[in-house]
Design a protein around this ligand. Structure first.
Ligand code: F6P
Length: 192
Protein backbone atom coordinates (compact mmCIF):
# COMPACT_ATOMS: atom_id res chain seq x y z
CA UNK A 1 0.00 0.00 0.00
CA UNK A 2 1.08 3.57 -0.58
CA UNK A 3 2.43 5.78 2.18
CA UNK A 4 2.76 9.48 2.81
CA UNK A 5 5.81 10.73 4.64
CA UNK A 6 5.66 14.02 6.53
CA UNK A 7 8.33 16.07 8.27
CA UNK A 8 8.62 19.56 9.64
CA UNK A 9 11.55 21.60 8.37
CA UNK A 10 14.72 21.38 10.46
CA UNK A 11 15.11 23.78 13.38
CA UNK A 12 15.17 27.37 12.08
CA UNK A 13 16.80 30.46 13.57
CA UNK A 14 13.27 31.61 14.57
CA UNK A 15 12.70 28.29 16.37
CA UNK A 16 15.88 29.03 18.34
CA UNK A 17 14.73 32.52 19.35
CA UNK A 18 11.09 31.48 19.86
CA UNK A 19 9.75 33.81 17.15
CA UNK A 20 6.76 32.67 15.08
CA UNK A 21 6.24 32.87 11.32
CA UNK A 22 8.87 34.63 9.22
CA UNK A 23 11.18 33.21 6.60
CA UNK A 24 14.30 32.36 8.59
CA UNK A 25 17.17 30.10 7.57
CA UNK A 26 17.87 26.77 9.25
CA UNK A 27 20.00 26.81 12.39
CA UNK A 28 23.19 24.69 12.40
CA UNK A 29 21.17 21.95 14.11
CA UNK A 30 18.40 22.23 11.51
CA UNK A 31 21.08 21.98 8.83
CA UNK A 32 22.27 18.72 10.38
CA UNK A 33 18.69 17.40 10.19
CA UNK A 34 18.63 18.30 6.47
CA UNK A 35 21.84 16.31 6.01
CA UNK A 36 20.45 13.35 7.97
CA UNK A 37 17.02 13.31 6.29
CA UNK A 38 18.01 11.40 3.10
CA UNK A 39 19.22 8.49 5.25
CA UNK A 40 16.12 8.55 7.44
CA UNK A 41 13.86 8.53 4.36
CA UNK A 42 15.83 5.79 2.65
CA UNK A 43 15.64 3.58 5.75
CA UNK A 44 11.87 3.85 5.60
CA UNK A 45 11.10 4.05 1.86
CA UNK A 46 13.96 1.97 0.42
CA UNK A 47 14.20 2.37 -3.36
CA UNK A 48 10.62 3.65 -3.74
CA UNK A 49 10.88 6.87 -5.75
CA UNK A 50 9.24 9.74 -3.88
CA UNK A 51 8.13 13.21 -4.86
CA UNK A 52 8.94 15.90 -2.31
CA UNK A 53 6.49 18.70 -1.64
CA UNK A 54 7.72 21.80 0.21
CA UNK A 55 6.24 25.21 1.00
CA UNK A 56 7.61 28.38 -0.63
CA UNK A 57 9.56 29.27 2.53
CA UNK A 58 13.34 28.92 2.69
CA UNK A 59 13.47 26.62 5.68
CA UNK A 60 11.53 23.87 3.90
CA UNK A 61 13.60 24.09 0.69
CA UNK A 62 16.79 24.02 2.79
CA UNK A 63 15.53 20.94 4.64
CA UNK A 64 14.71 19.15 1.36
CA UNK A 65 17.93 20.25 -0.34
CA UNK A 66 19.85 16.95 -0.03
CA UNK A 67 16.92 14.68 -0.91
CA UNK A 68 17.58 12.96 -4.27
CA UNK A 69 13.99 13.25 -5.55
CA UNK A 70 11.84 15.46 -7.71
CA UNK A 71 10.60 18.54 -5.77
CA UNK A 72 7.54 20.71 -5.98
CA UNK A 73 6.83 23.82 -3.87
CA UNK A 74 3.29 24.86 -2.93
CA UNK A 75 2.16 28.22 -1.56
CA UNK A 76 -0.75 26.32 0.04
CA UNK A 77 1.82 24.58 2.28
CA UNK A 78 3.16 27.83 3.79
CA UNK A 79 2.87 28.13 7.58
CA UNK A 80 -0.29 29.51 9.19
CA UNK A 81 -0.11 33.27 8.59
CA UNK A 82 0.27 34.97 11.95
CA UNK A 83 -0.52 38.45 10.52
CA UNK A 84 0.53 41.32 12.80
CA UNK A 85 2.15 38.78 15.16
CA UNK A 86 4.57 37.51 12.52
CA UNK A 87 8.09 37.59 13.94
CA UNK A 88 7.00 37.97 17.58
CA UNK A 89 7.53 35.54 20.47
CA UNK A 90 4.52 34.24 22.42
CA UNK A 91 5.58 36.45 25.36
CA UNK A 92 5.59 39.53 23.10
CA UNK A 93 2.16 38.61 21.72
CA UNK A 94 0.76 38.25 25.24
CA UNK A 95 2.18 41.68 26.14
CA UNK A 96 1.14 43.57 22.99
CA UNK A 97 -2.16 41.84 22.22
CA UNK A 98 -3.38 40.44 25.57
CA UNK A 99 -7.01 39.99 24.55
CA UNK A 100 -5.97 38.23 21.33
CA UNK A 101 -3.62 36.01 23.26
CA UNK A 102 -6.50 35.02 25.57
CA UNK A 103 -8.88 34.55 22.64
CA UNK A 104 -6.48 32.16 20.95
CA UNK A 105 -6.09 30.23 24.17
CA UNK A 106 -9.87 29.95 24.50
CA UNK A 107 -10.49 28.74 20.93
CA UNK A 108 -7.26 27.92 19.14
CA UNK A 109 -8.95 26.28 16.13
CA UNK A 110 -11.13 29.28 15.25
CA UNK A 111 -8.88 32.12 16.41
CA UNK A 112 -7.69 34.17 13.42
CA UNK A 113 -4.57 36.34 13.88
CA UNK A 114 -5.16 40.02 13.03
CA UNK A 115 -4.38 40.21 9.32
CA UNK A 116 -3.62 36.49 9.29
CA UNK A 117 -5.18 33.04 9.51
CA UNK A 118 -6.80 30.55 11.85
CA UNK A 119 -6.35 26.77 11.86
CA UNK A 120 -9.81 26.63 10.27
CA UNK A 121 -8.51 28.84 7.42
CA UNK A 122 -5.52 26.52 6.97
CA UNK A 123 -7.76 23.43 6.81
CA UNK A 124 -9.73 25.11 4.01
CA UNK A 125 -6.69 26.15 1.99
CA UNK A 126 -5.30 22.61 2.34
CA UNK A 127 -8.30 21.05 0.57
CA UNK A 128 -6.62 21.00 -2.90
CA UNK A 129 -3.45 19.59 -1.32
CA UNK A 130 -5.42 16.78 0.35
CA UNK A 131 -7.21 16.02 -2.94
CA UNK A 132 -3.91 15.85 -4.80
CA UNK A 133 -2.44 13.67 -2.02
CA UNK A 134 -5.35 11.26 -2.20
CA UNK A 135 -4.61 10.57 -5.85
CA UNK A 136 -0.79 10.57 -5.67
CA UNK A 137 1.72 7.84 -4.91
CA UNK A 138 4.46 8.14 -2.33
CA UNK A 139 4.73 11.80 -1.45
CA UNK A 140 7.10 13.24 1.14
CA UNK A 141 5.86 16.56 2.53
CA UNK A 142 8.36 18.89 4.20
CA UNK A 143 6.50 21.78 5.73
CA UNK A 144 5.43 23.58 8.90
CA UNK A 145 4.00 22.72 12.31
CA UNK A 146 0.42 24.06 11.98
CA UNK A 147 0.05 22.81 8.40
CA UNK A 148 1.30 19.34 9.27
CA UNK A 149 -0.98 19.15 12.30
CA UNK A 150 -3.96 19.63 9.95
CA UNK A 151 -2.72 17.08 7.42
CA UNK A 152 -1.92 14.61 10.20
CA UNK A 153 -5.34 15.03 11.82
CA UNK A 154 -6.98 14.41 8.45
CA UNK A 155 -5.18 11.13 7.82
CA UNK A 156 -5.53 9.91 11.40
CA UNK A 157 -9.29 10.51 11.29
CA UNK A 158 -9.20 13.08 14.11
CA UNK A 159 -11.73 15.89 13.95
CA UNK A 160 -10.49 19.09 12.30
CA UNK A 161 -11.07 20.95 15.58
CA UNK A 162 -8.42 18.72 17.19
CA UNK A 163 -5.76 19.79 14.65
CA UNK A 164 -4.08 22.43 16.88
CA UNK A 165 -3.22 19.74 19.45
CA UNK A 166 -1.63 17.12 17.23
CA UNK A 167 1.91 16.17 18.25
CA UNK A 168 4.23 16.92 15.30
CA UNK A 169 7.69 17.60 16.75
CA UNK A 170 10.84 18.81 15.00
CA UNK A 171 13.37 16.34 13.60
CA UNK A 172 10.87 13.51 13.26
CA UNK A 173 9.91 11.75 10.04
CA UNK A 174 6.38 10.34 10.18
CA UNK A 175 5.18 7.64 7.79
CA UNK A 176 1.41 7.41 7.32
CA UNK A 177 -0.02 4.35 5.59
CA UNK A 178 -3.79 4.58 5.04
CA UNK A 179 -5.50 1.18 5.53
CA UNK A 180 -9.13 0.17 5.21
CA UNK A 181 -10.20 1.17 8.72
CA UNK A 182 -7.39 3.29 10.05
CA UNK A 183 -4.09 4.88 9.12
CA UNK A 184 -0.96 3.15 10.31
CA UNK A 185 1.74 5.41 11.67
CA UNK A 186 5.47 5.04 12.14
CA UNK A 187 7.77 7.71 13.63
CA UNK A 188 11.49 7.95 13.00
CA UNK A 189 13.61 10.31 15.07
CA UNK A 190 16.82 11.97 13.98
CA UNK A 191 19.43 12.45 16.66
CA UNK A 192 20.93 15.79 15.60
O1 F6P B 1 6.99 28.20 16.17
C1 F6P B 1 6.94 27.49 14.97
C2 F6P B 1 5.58 27.66 14.32
O2 F6P B 1 5.58 26.94 13.11
C3 F6P B 1 5.17 29.12 14.06
O3 F6P B 1 5.68 29.67 12.88
C4 F6P B 1 3.67 28.99 14.06
O4 F6P B 1 3.00 30.20 14.25
C5 F6P B 1 3.46 28.02 15.20
O5 F6P B 1 4.54 27.14 15.17
C6 F6P B 1 2.18 27.22 15.11
O6 F6P B 1 1.98 26.56 16.34
P1 F6P B 1 0.87 27.07 17.36
O7 F6P B 1 -0.40 27.02 16.56
O8 F6P B 1 0.91 26.06 18.47
O9 F6P B 1 1.20 28.46 17.80
Amino acid sequence: PRSIWISRHGESMFNVTGQIGGDANLSPRGQRYAEELPRLVRNSAGDTPLTVWTSTLKRTAQTAHHLPYEKLSWKALDELDSGVCDGLTYAEIEQRYPSDFAARDADKYNYRYLGGESYRDVVIRLEPIIMELERSENILIVTHQAVLRCIYAYFMGSSQEQSPWMEVPLHTLIRLTPRAYKTEEERMYADV
